[in-house]
Write a protein that binds this ligand. Sequence first.
Ligand SMILES: Nc1ncnc2c1ncn2[C@@H]1O[C@H](COP(=O)(O)OP(=O)(O)OP(=O)(O)O)[C@@H](O)[C@H]1O
Length: 348
Amino acid sequence: MTIQLSSITKSFGGHRALDNVDLQIDEGTFFVVLGPSGCGKSTLLKSIAGLEPIDAGEIRLGGRIVAGNRVHVPPEERQVGVVFQSYALWPHMSVAGNVAFPLETAGTPKQQVSKRVQDCLETVALTPYQTRKPSDLSGGQRQRVALARCLAQGASTVLMDEPLANLDPHLRNSMEEELAEFHRTSGATTVFITHDQREAMALADKVAVMWDGRILQVDDPDTLYRRPLSQRVAGFIGRSAIIPVVIQQVDGATARFELAGASVEVDCPVGTRPGPAQVLLRPDHIVLSTGAYGLPVQIVRTTYRGGHWEVFVSVEGLEEPIMMNLSRRATPGERLQVEIIRGWVLPG
Ligand SMILES: Nc1ncnc2c1ncn2[C@@H]1O[C@H](COP(=O)(O)OP(=O)(O)OP(=O)(O)O)[C@@H](O)[C@H]1O
């Protein structure tokens, strides 16, 4: 289902947990809401699920108003599946029993229930575990039971509140793949909230970056990474340096400036003008120079990151060192010639 939020506001005491939030989530999208702890992510999800009434604004699911204008459709009538960080499985029921439960309470005929449960357990690769109790499963397997239960309900919209937060890194990676697969096979509109930008990048078709009750930017992961619209989003997504420059020339979507005697070209928003600006440089935008000329830099410190070294280099005229990746060991004090192959002028 398409999810539309218009000017949603929700306060707790004097604090605005949601401050005039507008969002359009297209049907079938894997939509990630990313933001630091306390920014309002869970409140947003609960509002969509119907677990938290909103103060103002309007929520539409599949075009139908479910909240706002004195309407509050209860959670069980919104046809959305919810998967929370704590799996909320029935401890006394078997895996199959947990998956069957919502179907049985909805009065689905017994034979259909059994067929559907088998199909859903198959999808999440839990068929061999169907007679076990949740307490005899790993965290990841329990998570999959919760997913199967969502799937069994036939929810065309699934809301997930940090479902991978309790898992160890190894399991997290395989669960990420399973979630992506779950999304592909079910085609369900998925809203997934996390404070982990790596997870957001890996899973999302679209990411909304949230801060202090507000949505700062909504874009696909690559655009968010390469073309953030503000310093805050730039700092929140991936690692970066933001350097002050004076733009000398702008040619369409390319801006030119000088740095330590070298001429550098970077991408810029349409309408950028010559003058002082802030430029975002990602580590992968800086490479060793292959030609005779380059930007002279000196290594300040290095950290091995498995397969590559993360290297901070100082550049004449810049107060802070900038970060790049090297595939070979490098030592502090070493001088290098580098090239800036890409960058982004932050909108002023
Ligand atoms: N029931 C409540 N009563 C009072 N304040 C609340 C309530 N629920 C949330 N808040 C406050 O609203 C703000 C947003 O909370 P929310 O749980 O939505 O944030 P979050 O981004 O999901 O955080 P986290 O990632 O830590 O779960 C916080 O300041 C929180 O303390």
